[in-house]
Design a protein. Sequence first.
Length: 264
Amino acid sequence: QKIISKVGRNLHNQRNHPLWLIKERVKDHFYKQYLVRSRNPLFSVYDDLSPVVTVEQNFDRLLIPQDHLSRKKGDNYYLNHTHMLRAHTSAHQWDLIHAGLDAFLVVGDVYRRDQVDSTHYPIFHQMEGVRLFSSHELFSNVSDGENCCLFEQGHRTSHKQETHTMEAAKLVEYNLKMTLTKLVAHLFGDGLKIRWVDCYFPFTHPSFEMEINFQGEWMEVLGCGVMEQQLVNSAGAENKIGWAFGLGLERLAMILYGIPDIRF
């Protein structure tokens, strides 16, 4: 009941709240940095989607196995057999791609059962980013790009999925890492030390975590990767390839604004 009573507070939409400030800085960066030919922003932003989602949206459409630990009742807020409070903003990926979007940010409150302390709270806020590329878009700046392909029937390796060509996988990975490097430089300033750590997510491959060196300590700030083609295909964008990232707004706010306790 205590958690339910906090649904709808939308701290990320309360003007001048630290989470709103972070959201606006990130949004402003994407709006100014990435434009289409008409000079309009490439990325659209969704920051008021309902946190009540289906179990299918939160898990199944993201290829999260039935026996995956993240589905446990002890870790989530299930409302009934079919609906729950979203555990991540990734729950909206499939629907927005299915609606025909190629580049978007989703910001929202997410809910996971957690022990409360200075760095953990059962309600926190995430920002999700997704970008899809057609063959023309991905290879437009590559010499002989018209002869490059997005897809093949190959083998899954640590570097790529079985349906992606190595050229396509590496270009998407490069674009993803450059996009996120520019974002953290915008937030923290140039000269920031960053490193990429290989990791696992059910809905991306290859997958990475970005760590930044802040005041002498390495801190993980986001997870990302090349989207699983099975997810992209099922959402109706089978001729495209893409990346996704997710970052925690509280983590960034605590670092940037020197906030010692997540319960601010």
